[in-house]
Design a protein around this ligand. Structure first.
Ligand code: FAD
Length: 449
C-alpha cells in the first residue's frame, strides 16, 4: 500500500465485537464518566487509534514527552481485550518462546531488547500504578509458571540462567515448593517470576486513561476511526463527526480493528477467549488454592490459568472451538477443567462469563509495523499483553517523540506481513485447539507412564 492511498472502513465489515455478557471486572469497577465523541477538527503531533493498554500507555508517555496527543477509541477505554482479560501481570512471553526461540526469530539484538523490555514490564506497570495512584487492586505477588509435565519443568529450569541474564526476577521452584504455592497437585516444578502479579484490568484501563488525560492527552470515546487519508506528510484520521490531523498515527487496535488497514489485520490470527468467575468460595479454599495469592499459568499449549478475584472467586478460562451459541457449554467445560485441577472443590457455578479476542501471531511474538510513512501499527501480544503493552507504549511514545530512532526500537519495524488466507485465519484456532488439547493430554499421559 503506498502512502498516497487512504485506508477506509466504509465498505468493510463492522468492528469485530466480542459477545457482551457482563464481566466480573465490570461488576467490580466503579463506572467511569464516558469520554465524549470527537466533534470537529483537531491538530496533534500524534494520533492514536484504540484505547486499550497500548494506546493509553502510548498516549500517557507521549504527553509526558511533550507531544500533543489525540486518542480516538471506538467505544470507551478498556472496551477491548484490555478490559476483559484475566489481569495477570506477566513479565514473560508465551511459554513456548524462551530466549533461544526469540533469538531464532528476531536475531540476537532485537531478541535481547525485547526480553529486557518484557523482563522489566512488571516493574514498569506496578511503578506506574503507584506513581499515578491507580486503584486497580494491583498486587505484586509474583506469577507462577509450573510445567504440566516433568519434562516441561526441566525446559523451564534450563531457561532460567538466560532469563536472569535478561533481567527477569525469577527463581525455579521444585515440585513441592510449587505445590505449596499453588495447592494444585497435578502441576510440576517451574518458574516463579517475582515482578509479576495481578490487577483488575478494567480498573487499570480506566486509571491509565485518567493518567493520560492528566498528562495532557486529548481522549475521545465513541469515536470509531473509519478512514485514514495521507496528504502532504500528514494523516487525516476520520471519525463520523470529526477528524484528527497528525504527522504520526499509531494504530493500537489489536484484534478489533476490522479491516481498516487490511495488511495489519491480515498479519494476525484473532482468537476468542472465554473467562469464567465462580461463586464466592469459602475462606478455607483461599488457604488451599493459590494460598500465596500469585496467579498461575502452566506450560500447556492450551494454558491452564487460575487466579483469585479481589472478592474471593476463582477466575479461569481459555479457548473454545466453534463458539457461537455454545456459551453454556463453554461455561460447563471450564468448570469441569477447574474441578480436574482442584481436587475436592465443591461444585462451582460460573456466575460471570465473558469473552475477549486476542491477537495471535504464528511465532507468538509481537510486531511493530510501519504501514506507510508515519502510519504505525503494533499488534500481536498473544495473550501476554497486560504488562507488555504498558512497556511497549512507552517505547512507541519515545519513537514518536524522536528520542529513539527506528533502528534502536525494541522490535524490528517492518511492513505488515499478511498471513496466507488471512480472511480465514479466524477459523485456525478452532482446529488448533482440539489438536493442542490432544497433545497436552498425550504429554501428561506419556509422562505418567
Ligand atoms: C480473555 C483474555 C484474557 C487475557 N488475559 C491476559 C492476562 O491475564 N495477562 C496478559 O498479559 N494478557 C492477557 N490477555 C491479552 C491482553 O488483554 C491484550 O494483549 C491487551 O489487552 C491488548 O491491549 P491493546 O491495547 O493492544 O488492545 P485492546 O485492549 O484490544 O484495545 C484495542 C482498542 O481499539 C479499539 N478500536 C478498534 N478499532 C478501532 C477504530 N477503528 N477506531 C477507534 N478505536 C478502535 C477497540 O474498541 C479497543 O478498545 C488476555 C486477552 C483476553 C482476550
Amino acid at each position: 500500500m503506498s502512502a498516497s492511498q487512504p485506508f477506509s472502513l466504509a465498505h468493510a465489515a463492522p468492528l469485530a465485537e466480542p459477545v457482551e455478557t457482563g464481566s466480573l471486572w465490570q461488576a467490580l469497577t466503579r463506572p467511569k464518566a464516558p469520554f465524549a465523541p470527537l466533534v470537529g477538527d483537531v491538530r496533534a503531533d500524534l494520533a492514536i487509534v484504540g484505547g486499550g493498554f497500548l494506546g493509553l500507555s502510548t498516549a500517557l508517555h507521549g504527553a509526558r514527552a511533550g507531544l500533543s496527543v489525540a486518542l480516538l477509541e471506538a467505544r470507551q477505554p478498556g472496551f477491548g481485550a484490555s478490559g476483559r482479560n484475566t489481569g495477570f501481570v506477566v513479565p514473560s512471553l508465551k511459554s513456548s518462546i524462551g530466549p533461544a526461540e526469540a533469538e531464532a526469530a528476531l536475531g540476537p539484538v532485537f531478541a535481547e531488547r525485547l526480553l529486557r523490555l518484557v523482563a522489566g514490564s512488571g516493574r514498569t506497570l506496578f511503578d506506574l500504578v503507584a506513581a499515578e495512584r491507580i486503584e486497580c487492586a494491583a498486587e505484586q505477588v509474583g506469577w507462577l509458571q509450573p510445567g504440566h509435565t516433568a519434562a516441561a519443568a526441566e525446559t523451564l529450569r534450563g531457561r532460567l540462567p538466560q532469563l536472569i541474564a535478561a533481567g527477569v526476577d525469577a527463581a525455579f521452584l521444585e515440585r513441592e515448593a510449587m505445590l505449596a504455592k499453588t495447592g494444585l497437585p497435578s502441576l510440576h516444578g517451574g518458574l516463579e517470576v517475582r515482578s509479576g502479579g495481578l490487577v483488575n484490568p478494567l480498573a487499570y484501563a480506566h486509571g491509565l486513561a485518567s493518567a493520560a488525560q492528566r498528562a495532557g492527552a486529548y481522549l475521545r470515546g465513541d469515536s470509531p476511526v473509519v478512514r485514514l487519508a495521507p496528504s502532504g506528510g500528514l494523516w487525516t484520521v476520520e471519525t463520523p463527526r470529526g477528524t484528527v490531523t497528525a504527522p504520526r498515527v499509531v494504530l493500537a487496535t489489536n484484534a478489533m480493528a476490522g479491516w481498516l488497514v487490511p495488511g495489519l489485520r491480515a498479519s494476525i490470527i484473532p482468537a476468542r477467549v472465554f473467562q469464567i468467575a465462580t461463586q464466592v468460595l469459602a475462606d478455607e479454599w483461599r488457604q488451599r488454592v493459590l494460598p500465596a495469592g500469585a496467579p498461575v499459568a502452566d506450560t500447556r499449549r492450551h494454558t491452564f490459568a487460575l487466579r483469585w478475584s479481589p472478592d474471593g472467586r476463582l477466575v479461569t478460562g481459555g479457548m473454545v472451538a466453534f463458539v457461537p451459541g455454545r456459551e453454556a457449554e463453554a461455561r460447563r467445560s471450564f468448570a469441569r477443567r477447574l474441578a480436574r485441577f482442584v481436587p475436592g472443590l465443591p461444585p462451582v457455578r460460573a456466575e460471570y462469563t465473558w469473552t475477549g479476542v486476542i491477537a495471535g501471531t504464528p511465532d507468538f511474538l509481537p510486531r511493530m509495523t510501519e504501514i506507510a510513512p508515519g502510519l504505525f501499527g503494533a499488534i500481536g501480544c498473544n495473550g501476554r499483553g497486560v504488562a507488555l503493552t504498558t512497556a511497549l507504549g512507552r517505547e512507541i511514545a519515545a519513537l514518536a517523540a524522536g528520542t529513539v530512532e527506528g533502528g534502536d526500537f525494541v522490535l524490528p519495524i517492518t511492513p505488515p506481513r499478511p498471513l496466507p488466507l488471512a480472511r480465514l485465519a479466524g477459523i485456525g484456532p478452532h482446529f488448533w485447539l482440539p489438536w493442542s488439547n490432544l497433545r497436552d493430554d498425550c504429554d501428561v499421559r506419556r509422562a505418567g507412564r
